[in-house]
Design a protein. Structure first.
Length: 96
């Protein structure tokens, strides 16, 4: 056994958890199975394996900031359901 019932009880006390005797036996058995499996994994040679931080190989997609001209106001508001001068008109969402 990798972990004893008293160690499980100690961790449960630190986590402010209380278990009955049946639960303590169940958790002790489950934690032992997990630790034994981890021991098996430690036997595998991983010297040439790169660490995996994410399931997908991601790269940043940031673009360089470039100053450019804004959209023409008339073209921007052309398809707006409602506009007033150079602004969109939207329904009021905050009740006073």
């Amino acid at each position: 056994m990798k972990i004893s019932k008293s160690e499980v009880a100690h961790v449960a006390k630190l986590a402010r958890l209380s278990f009955n005797e049946k639960e303590m036996e169940l958790f002790t058995d489950q934690l032992n199975q997990i630790l034994l499996y981890m021991e098996k994994l430690n036997e595998v040679d991983t010297t040439d394996v790169k660490p995996t931080y994410h399931a997908l190989d991601l790269t940043n997609v940031f673009h360089e900031d470039k100053v450019s001209s804004s959209l023409d106001i008339k073209k921007t508001l052309a398809n707006a359901p409602q506009a007033d001068k150079d602004m969109f008109v939207v329904p009021k969402v905050i009740k006073a």
